[in-house]
Design a binder for this molecule. Sequence first.
Ligand code: NAP
Length: 494
Amino acid sequence: MNSHGKDQSRIRDVIIIGTGFSGLGLAIGLKREGKIDFVVLERGHDVGGTWRDNTYPGAACDIPSHLYSYSFRPNPNWSSVYARQQEIFDYLRETADQENIRPHICFNTNVLRANWDDAVSAWVVQTETGSYRARSLVSAAGHLSDPAFPDIDGLHSFAGKVIHSARWDHSFQPEGQRIAVIGTGASAVQIVPELAKTAATLTIFQRSAPYIVPRRDTAFTAAEKGMFARMPKTAQLLRNELFWFNEGRFLQRRRVPSFIAVVSAMAQGHLEAQVNDPDLKRKVTPDYEVGCKRILLSNDYYPALQQSNVHLETSPIERITESGLTCRDGSAHEVDALILATGFEATDLPIAEVIFGRDGHRLADHWRDRPRAFASASMSGYPNLFMMLGPNTGLGAGSMVYMAETQANYIRGALNYIIDNGAVIEPSLEAETTYVSRIDERSEGTVWVAGGCKSWYLHKDSGKLTALWPDFMRQFRVENGTFTPTGYDVRESA
Ligand code: NAP
């Protein structure tokens, strides 16, 4: 027994890595079913994944909460259309408590290495606090978990405070400070208006301009919350409406002209309404097609850029020095603090570096050309391994909770199949390759591939769309929501 009181010696049915929306959702499904013996390994001190870790000022979700929550745990009390980080984190913590999942979780347990041991047909997972064994392994480590640090000369020489948006340092007091923010993505547009309130100077270093549309957020009244609580069908109707509205947004990404025109006009109108200065207007006008990168929601980003203490720098950063940043146009910016709103290691997932399959092959090597998975969930050469929110599961628009629930359902089916049949399963290379080719065909012509931008949705080396699912959310569920052994090589467990 380890310090968590969880027996490490026996071979369990499954080990889950991570307690974000996906890992927690799967664990709840298994617990409710009551048949499968599982343990969850979590490197953090609490559940919540990206919603535990991203505590930067202004952090909030830009998918409406009545959709961005578990279908099996509706929350009538969401305070507003778009919940903030603390409220989502609290929702996940309460969910873990009420579903009694915590006894299954080993917190502060960082996975160092996971090996498939063919002799016993089990995964052996080494952590900082000991090793665990199980017939199956599910990585729910997520793709928005590990901060990406920019490869800029001199970053380490900077003498002031450096904070990544995903690991906010709450001892940092922005009041009166000269602050630089690198990045203009979803995190940055939420941080900038907050820091702009009190910073002495705030300089935003933009590599490419984002499209921004209005954030139509309103607080739910007590009467509305009461209605959702007393008549759960009303919350379900709202959820359905939000779901189908978001499904419609896929048609923009598919570049259906009338749908593109609507969102284009919305972004253009927002910019025109909020920015008067022609020079700033030029700087914040994107040079790629709308939807190629995430379309951002903000009412206060453009106004913040026009505050007298705020400056938008568009000359590329040449290097970082002990005291600030210098740009290609020769400008130098002395700052006290550097905020890196530079995103995540989302395409080359760090967890793939520590997973070793049949024949000892590292998953990162299997993915060297591009991340690939059969049914966006399992890999040839990696028996009884399932990946949640791995290759081709992300969305340009829509709720990742829906995708996670779809995968949890698929994986539960696979785990039951493995147990009921005493089986070891892995997709054939042929099935994996066919699935991935089909993904590539579907990706062709989408705005993510053809929209003229570079984003984390595309794999750096191959240029393939590896992060996103190139179809409707509903279609993902139809194709990948129910496990069948078709496409899998099945053999008897040792
Ligand atoms: P991101 O979308 O990857 O944005 C990173 C930003 O940093 C981009 O503007 C990027 O420029 C810039 N950047 C990266 N490396 C750079 C370099 N070396 N030099 C200059 N600029 C550099 O990261 P994020 O904003 O953290 O968002 C990541 C994802 O998290 C989102 O797509 C979304 O899925 C999720 N998210 C959601 C919310 C929400 O719901 N509101 C909030 C935050 C995050 P380029 O654009 O030129 O690459």
